[in-house]
Ligand binder design. Sequence first.
Ligand code: ARG
Length: 483
Amino acid sequence: MSTNQLDQKAQAWSALFSEPMSELVKRYTASVFFDQRLWRADITGSLAHAEMLAAQGIISPQDHADIQRGMAQIVQDIEAGRFEWQLDLEDVHLNIEARLTQLVGDAGKRLHTGRSRNDQVATDVRLWLRDEIDGLLGLLNDLQRALVGVAEQNVDVILPGFTHLQVAQPVSFAHHLLAYVEMFARDAERLGDVRRRVNRLPLGSAALAGTTYPLDRERVARTLGMVDANGQPAVCQNSLDAVSDRDFAIEFTAAASLVMVHISRMSEELILWMSQNFGFIQIADRFTTGSSIMPQKKNPDVPELARGKTGRVVGHLMGLITLMKGQPLAYNKDNQEDKEPLFDTVDTLRDTLRIFAEMIGGQLNPATGEKSGGLTVKPQAMQDAALKGYATATDLADYLVKKGLPFRDAHETVAHAVKAAISHNVDLSELPLPVLQSFNPSIEQDVFEALSLRGSLNARNTLGGTAPSQVQAQIARHRARLM
Ligand code: ARG
């Protein structure tokens, strides 16, 4: 490190320090190797701050112009990979400020007027996260669209619905997929709600107590697009809270954890469905791997890993929420630990959503117009499975209720019928009419319609039910919503 750089670092606080940090402590306390990721948000925040300082007459128009010029150069250097990040300059903020001063002199040193790294870093993280949330919302939409697309093709495909992982009642495969669309729609709603609280401005709180300069915080908020639903500037209203609040990061990670939990549940089903014992679906080869010893194997690595990565994201939630416990007001260095879990949560979620949208919906090749990847559905295997396990037993009970039996009696009667069917190793629909009538004389020929998979589906024609007409209505609703 040059003497010049050492000077810059020393200048960042004061001449009060009589001995340098050890290398180990330097590495322990530095964040530049991960927080350099915030560079664009840091520069955006600085430019908004400088613009306001100039507008308020706190710095001169010339200083403002110099800061803009220097920052433009820094943006170019970072984008080109030419920027030299210095461990000795601790974090992204000091690195950029030191370089600015090197480039433009005193104007660079004036940038930090009325500001502290405490309100600066809180602003940077919020700006960065706001943009990431917007990207994630787009990816959640892609995944929902992919699911709705597969659903559209499979309204009349029937598979057994399970409770306790025991065959329960037949459902439409589209209906099953749309259950996940509901989950991801709620996730998007939740992320949008978190975004409102992310998009508020801490800058102008300075170290903890506000500042003596006549800042216009609302102007900075407007410049940074930190406005509420009515277009009014969204500014953190208490300086102590502003610099120390990380609720927004916890909320985001909680919302992300739920997305991953939904992905994980879906993964578990994909894994089951593609096992030989189910054989309901196939996923494209590019999402699977082989075994180094068993030549016949195709393993569902992607859903398995996603299930595993869910633990990682939930872990980040635990990490962040524990980070805040016991911190006195206001800023503490503990908060530097908010970044890696947050970054990793965003990365994991982004990659997972991207891969799942393609694995479910396939990918369009713009050159050929052909789609590849995407789920392969095996309707026959699904139907065969639905015919096992007496999935239409409830339908027989409902049939008897319509004939006047109280539901509890009908339930009991059907239990006897199922027992008989089991002993003959046939489905209820395969019992001859006289045998069925021996359980209840009111049973007639039309019982076989009720006992068919399709009859069972059609009968569940209530809002949110699995009847094809209901499922079509839901697909139309989602299509309109997701356009
Ligand atoms: N790198 C620090 C962080 O991530 C920036 C804020 C440092 N503030 C301070 N007073 N040491 O939180």
